[in-house]
Design a protein around this ligand. Sequence first.
Ligand SMILES: C[S@@+](CC[C@H](N)C(=O)[O-])C[C@H]1O[C@@H](n2cnc3c(N)ncnc32)[C@H](O)[C@@H]1O
Length: 496
Amino acid sequence: MLESVRQRYEAFPEPSPAVVPIGPGQLDRLDDNLHFGWSWSRHVYCYRRTEGLRVLDAGCGTGLTTLGLARLNPGSHVLGVDATPRALELARSRAAASAPAEVEFRAHDLDDPLPAAWGPFDFIVCRGVLAESGDPTRVLKNLATVLDHRGLLHVTLPAQVGHVPVRQMRQAVLTIAPPGSSLEQKAELGLELFRVLRPDHPIRRYEEAYSGKAVPSVARFVTGYLNEDERDWSLPQAIALLESAGFRFLFAATRAPWRADRALAGGAVPATLKARVDGLGPRGLACLVDALDPLLHADEYRVYACLAEYEPQVPAWTEESRSEPAAVGRLIPHRTHLAEPVTPQAPSPQAKVAYRVVTGAVGEVAQLSHLMVAHIDDARSCEQIDALVAEATGVTESPEERQKRWLELAGTGFVLFEPPDRRQYVDCVHLGPVLDRLDCACPRRWVHACEIHRHCTLAAVPPQDEKHVALAQALTRLGTARAAACAACPDYAPEE
Ligand SMILES: C[S@@+](CC[C@H](N)C(=O)[O-])C[C@H]1O[C@@H](n2cnc3c(N)ncnc32)[C@H](O)[C@@H]1O
């Protein structure tokens, strides 16, 4: 870690204010990128359980993110590491004063390899660190060595376009500050300048979007605007950085889903051009969005990656399940605990019910959907819930309409589907056919992952379907060979 960076964080530990304990609502504002299962569900990437995760918060600062990770991933063990002693001290006091969680903090400079015994981690989060690293490739390579073979990395990097107001403000302060000014003096000068900026000045608008305030505090100004070690990237550069360290880019989370009409005039796109855009993979599309609609990334890229040698398959709800609405009717939905209705539930004029997602985001669903969600108790099938809703409202939906409604809700994280018989796993909404996954040294691990993450769906096994017959045979083999094959697997827990 650069000495200048360490000195700045000793004086101004981040995130500031270093409140002890966590103030009301502080964790609610954490974004859902810290939620492993939610990231997975939203971005369609995951390979294993969401409980009992091993999580690393690399460059944890004063521990706000670390505690957020523990809260958003219940049952996980979270390790926060940082090279600034003052930040770690505050992180430990914050954790001690906050709700108990499986959180631990250790001193470590990410420029050095992490001890192998600390890993492997299922989920590594590294936010606000690479921008000021003297050697970001080295830091990333060190993280790669402790990421589980199929783990997920989430890093943030300042985005070139979104970051312009920060660079401009810094340039303004450095231009007018007398030579030899201290950091505090530069901050005072910067704040003086800030106060006289026009209300509609881009720098002011940037700060308002960032902190909700028209004028930042001294600590926020120092860490937000006066970081001379900080650099920024375009998305292709950020991806190249990850690749140079042995990662595979998966996706960049944006503030909202991209829609072509945000940048392109409707109806004017030639079919050939549209086909080109539609043919882009996640990497190409992310780079195109960055070029045409860069502010969708706000001031930083929130990038997800896995190890280069791992090629996650895009999971899918199989065609068979999609085309058979009755299959949905047989499923048992259960709550995700990601979203709860906002109380009091006064019916809105649009007949919508407001929901609050675990991260604090608020959205609305139709009252009919709300009624469906309200009847979930992990024991009723979709058909039974449908009957209850019909009884309560007099509205009957066709199996097709019901399937569409459940899938929409599932897509927003309200409800997950679980097979009535946990021993029969044929397809999994997020992993795709389980057979595809029997490539692990311990095949039982995949089956077990499905059982645990509970996104599985049950489809009848058509005897004429070769794939499913092969799966059934594989599972039978596993049943007998399991004890021997899985003895060495850390995930294997013998069943009673
Ligand atoms: C901007 S703060 C971000 C804190 C936290 N990740 C968050 O998002 O709230 C950056 C933190 O990274 C730490 N850091 C920077 N370079 C580091 C390195 N090479 N090794 C360990 N920690 C580092 C700093 O000490 C500082 O606490």
